[in-house]
Design a protein around this ligand. Structure first.
Ligand SMILES: Nc1ncnc2c1ncn2[C@@H]1O[C@H](COP(=O)(O)OP(=O)(O)OP(=O)(O)O)[C@@H](O)[C@H]1O
Length: 362
């Protein structure tokens, strides 16, 4: 009888061991794909989005230990006391605070695991990086990932990841152009035969739009707004065109202190004035797209003309941007589905097919 039940227990354990839960619990290697962005970090585990959080970490000023990470840390942003510092470790697409970045990565990876592993696994990772990164900047990402538990680390350029994430056949002898407007960088790349033929990476993107709005509110309306409020204005009434027709959003009510008197103010903001205030920054992105097209060989140019240009990244969500770029360049612009997730999805696909995409990664 005892023999029988021992056998049963053994059989049960074997079947559980083969289940995903237990194989995760006892596995020593874990595979993660990561879009380590200036504004948001997305982690894909087991083919699913496990983490999609702001790239923010809160640290104890005295011990430098992590207090919170992601959305929780963002809630503390611009609201801290002298004991806590809230850091955005990436600026313009690259690591600006190495220690904070490492802590943030650790915290987010832990969040992705969520008790799934009994032991700290060794990580096999694909990480999206800006295509304009220098060797030193790439080294910094690799080092941060290694310190956060990474063992096998593959780096994939963001426009290539975005193209894979959209579902384009990046190995085909066909030109495709991607314009990825993130928080810190705009990456423009022409892809053909599994390589980047021409690229242009500028440090002008969504966060610069936010800063433009913050400065505009202070200059034009004498109202002081935080970075987070400026971002809310951008999301609610941000636009690239002064005429959005029937898609125009309602005015957005902004509350804040008067810059001079500190008395409370209420200012309604319309999308037309935001379109004016973003004019200069958007023109720089237009110029970068034109310059990338200038450097594109004619055969690939013809493909791009036929296929249209893909817009990805959070900046692609700015109202009317696709139409404005189309009017300027004369080529159709297509906003990808889920533009905020294209790079992450692409790194996830590359992770599942590291053999196939090995030649694309560094
Ligand atoms: N609806 C929206 N309208 C305009 N901008 C938006 C919208 N939603 C998000 N954004 C902006 O998109 C940016 C974040 O985009 P994304 O997550 O693609 O960037 P990232 O990957 O973090 O940055 P990077 O690639 O530069 O490192 C932020 O500046 C955010 O304010």
């Amino acid at each position: 009888m005892a023999k029988f039940s021992t056998f049963k227990i053994f059989e049960k354990f074997e079947s559980l061991k083969n289940s995903r839960f237990l194989s995760n619990l006892f596995s020593f290697t874990q595979e993660l794909a990561m879009d380590l962005g200036t504004a948001n970090t997305v982690i894909i585990s087991d083919g699913k989005i496990a983490v999609n959080e702001p790239s923010v970490v809160a640290l104890d000023v005295h011990t430098d230990k992590m207090v919170s990470v992601g959305g929780q840390a963002k809630l503390m942003y611009e609201k801290t006391n002298s004991k806590i510092r809230v850091v955005r470790p990436l600026r313009d697409g690259v690591i600006a605070d190495f220690n904070a970045c490492e802590q943030m990565m650790r915290g987010l990876i832990r969040m992705a695991n969520d008790g799934k592993h009994l032991f700290t696994p060794s990580l096999r990772m694909v990480i999206g990086v800006p295509s304009g990164s220098t060797e030193v900047e790439l080294r910094a990402v690799r080092d941060s990932a290694e310190h956060a538990g990474g063992h096998d680390i593959f780096l994939l350029y963001e426009p290539m990841a975005a193209a894979i994430g959209i579902g384009l056949d990046v190995e085909a002898p066909e030109g495709n152009m991607i314009v990825d407007i993130g928080g810190g960088t705009t990456e423009i790349a022409v892809i053909s035969l599994g390589g980047i033929v021409s690229n242009n990476s500028i440090k002008m993107a969504g966060d610069d739009f936010t800063t433009d709005i913050q400065e505009y509110m202070s200059r034009q309306h004498n109202v002081k707004v935080s970075e987070r409020m400026a971002e809310r204005i951008k999301i609610n009434v941000g636009a690239a065109l002064t005429d959005l027709g029937p898609n125009a959003p309602e005015d957005y009510l902004v509350h804040g202190p008067n810059r001079i008197t500190a008395l409370p103010m209420e200012v309604p903001v319309c999308y037309q004035e935001i379109a004016h205030c973003l004019e200069k920054s958007i023109s720089k992105i237009e110029a970068a797209v034109l310059s990338a097209l200038e450097n594109t060989p004619p055969e690939l140019y013809a493909d791009i003309y036929n296929n249209g240009i893909y817009l990805t990244g959070g900046g692609a969500l700015l109202r009317g941007l696709d139409k404005r770029l189309k009017d300027k360049v004369g080529i159709n612009f297509i906003v990808a589905d889920d533009p905020l997730l294209c790079v992450a999805k692409g790194t996830g696909i590359a992770l599942k097919n590291t053999e196939r995409f090995q030649f694309l990664m560094r």
